[in-house]
Design a protein around this ligand. Structure first.
Ligand SMILES: [Mg+2]
Length: 384
């Protein structure tokens, strides 16, 4: 029996300004915000987790509410610990900030378990060592260009990803229906042999989504992401039934109970839980079971730092085929291509991404290490 004890929990809300703002259907980003959590054990073992969402609010939830309950606990009892945290704040945990906080803590506990047992997390999960193919998320809007010029620039941006070895692109739609139609047509014309998915970030009403689904279907797009408001289960189910283009959603859904609604309403072909938000790796596995029983694929949403990339890649390594067949279908890892000085400078070790694939290292745990001195300038310290 390995005896370990949690001795310290620290949260790091991180921010960096962007040199050029990036837009999608809802707003323009001028900065990137992220939240890392570090759990240190009495024997010096350190685990890193990541939370997706409003970083300072999540940090407060961890520091003021969850950390006091975790100190002294055995980090190897992560399933038990998850349930303790869930029960402790059940009235507030069912969705939102608190569940994002639990997600990061849970990821850190998996990192600790891997390090304690000296195996990678993907081995704990029963996954493979095969490189994980990645899809390039990018093509965000620019507010300094007219639409026609911007579209040309987005096509050139995508050409760079294809030249770098990516065989799968994800574009942003939902700006306005006319521009969206031009964009998806021009991308298909320019990249006839590339997988392409389109992400509306819940910008359409049903009729707009219905028309776009027909167009994406005719252009052989790989999926139509967040066509409708995330709570619009019935219309999502009707849209799914109307088209052969797969319908994907779930990045703003949490827990098995949230995804059960999506399963029960048969509204999705692809579940997209974000492991840093949906409840962590422990809860993600329950969502995978639900998706499997609903005959849906799981493609984790991943739009953060390399902790989230590592845990998403580890999870993908064990995902089941729905359905199975001789020629396996690949599940692609989301690889955000946008400017991100924090993501690109604070990790001293991480899995290598080259030729459009993530290649696992053999380090125990999640396989990432944080250079805390490099992270320091990005930490928000509550002084504005
Ligand atoms: Mg999305």
């Amino acid at each position: 029996m390995i005896q370990m004890k949690i001795a310290d929990i620290q949260c790091f809300p991180l921010r960096t300004d962007l040199h050029r703002s990036i837009g999608f259907s809802q707003w323009y980003y001028t900065a990137k915000n992220n939240c890392l959590v570090k759990i240190t054990c009495e024997d010096g073992t350190v685990g890193w987790g990541e939370c997706y969402g409003p970083n300072e609010a999540i940090a407060t939830a961890i520091e003021q509410h969850f950390a006091p309950r975790l100190l002294g606990a055995n980090p190897l009892q992560n399933e038990y610990v998850w349930d303790v945290l869930w029960r402790a704040y059940l009235d507030f945990n069912r969705s939102g900030i608190f569940m994002a906080a639990i997600s990061g803590l849970d990821i850190a506990l998996w990192d600790i378990k891997g390090k304690a047992l000296q195996v990678p997390v993907r081995i704990l999960l029963g996954g493979t060592d095969e490189p994980i193919p990645c899809y390039a998320t990018g093509m965000y809007y620019r507010d300094d260009k007219p639409e026609i010029e911007m579209l040309k620039e987005l096509l050139e941006e995508a050409a760079g990803y294809v030249a770098a070895g990516y065989t799968f692109l994800k574009v942003k739609i939902g700006k306005n229906p006319e521009f969206d139609r031009a964009l998806v047509k021009q991308f298909r014309a320019r990249f006839p042999d590339t997988f392409i998915a389109a992400d509306a970030n819940h910008a359409y009403n049903f009729k707009e989504a219905f028309a776009m689904a027909r167009l994406l279907e005719s252009l052989n797009y790989s999926w139509f992401e967040e066509p409708l408001a995330p709570d619009n289960y019935d219309d999502m189910a009707a849209l799914r039934a109307s088209t052969a283009v797969p319908i994907a959603s779930g990045e703003c859904e949490q827990t098995r109970f949230g995804f059960q609604r999506l399963a029960q309403t048969k509204s999705l072909d692809i579940f997209q839980p974000d492991i840093a938000y949906c409840g962590g790796l422990s809860e993600f596995q329950k969502i995978v079971a639900l998706a499997s029983a609903a005959h849906a694929d799981v493609v984790p949403h991943c739009w953060g730092l390399k902790v989230n990339q590592a845990v998403a890649a580890s999870a993908i390594s064990m995902l089941p085929q729905n359905p199975g067949r001789f020629e396996r279908r690949s599940i692609y890892l989301e690889m955000d291509q946008t400017e991100h000085p924090v993501r690109d400078s604070i990790f001293s070790e991480a899995h290598e991404v080259r030729d459009g694939k993530l290649h696992f290292n053999d380090l125990p745990g999640l396989g990432v290490s944080v250079d805390e001195a490099a992270m320091d300038p990005f930490i928000l310290r509550g002084d504005g």
